[in-house]
Structure formats: C-alpha cells, structure tokens
Design a protein around this ligand. Structure first.
Ligand code: FES
Length: 126
C-alpha cells in the first residue's frame, strides 16, 4: 500500500531566498522545455524558456491528481504570462504566480531561478 502524496510545496519569493541550490549546468535543460531536479525531498520542475530568455521553477507535483509530471509539460504564454500545461490532463498554471489558469485547482509553488557561470540555481527558503 502506498502512502498518499501530500502537496507540501510552498512558493519562495525572491526576497525570501536563503539557499541558492546549484542544480545543474544550463546544457542539461532542453530549450523551451523542462527538467526535474531534486532538492531535499522535493521534486522541482525547472524550465528553460528560451523564447522569452527566462527561467522558471515550480513544484513538479501537479495538484490535480498529485502526479510528479509538470517538468514534462508544455510551456507557452497566455496574456503575456508564462505558463505550463500538465502533460496528463492539460490543466495550466502560471509559472510566475502558480495560479491555475483554466480551473480552480490549488496554485502550484514557484521558486526563483538564477544563472551564474552557465549553472542553474534555484532559490529556497530553507
Ligand atoms: S494530473 Fe495534472 S492535470 Fe491531471
């Protein structure tokens, strides 16, 4: 019997970062796509949005069916806002605010990203 997955992710604002986690070299992330990294017990989806020249990070857990899938989602824009569509049932989430853009699911947690010397860092508050 497996334990239920809980959504324990919490967004981190830029001014709340206490740890910049060195995730991986830029080359490990597909252009206009995502990859999953692990920080402590959390799976984090990191997106290299080259069309925008921006990076985003959010929880990998989709709050719809509690599946670890968001890093494999398609990214795009809606009303000038970057979003990710879950690959399973296409619920979409803002990559800036985490808000569910096409429904009333819980927001996903988002995290700051910075690039230094060709490495991707994700910001965490603990
Ligand atoms: S599991 Fe993500 S939309 Fe259903």
């Amino acid at each position: 019997m497996s334990l239920p997955v809980l959504n324990t992710y919490e967004s981190v604002a830029a001014n709340e970062v206490k740890v910049w986690f060195k995730a991986a070299p830029i080359s490990k992330f597909p252009k206009n796509g995502g990859a999953c990294i692990k920080y402590k017990d959390k799976q984090i989806a990191v997106f290299n949005f080259t069309r925008e020249g921006t990076w985003y990070a959010c929880q990998n857990l989709c709050p719809h069916k509690m599946e670890m899938v968001l890093s494999r989602g398609m990214i795009g824009e809606e009303n000038m806002e970057a979003k990710v569509a879950c690959p399973l049932h296409k619920n979409t989430f803002s990559l800036k605010t985490g808000e569910n853009l096409n429904g009333s699911l819980d927001a996903i947690a988002t995290y700051p990203v910075k690039i230094e010397s060709d490495f991707v860092y994700v910001g965490f508050s603990e």
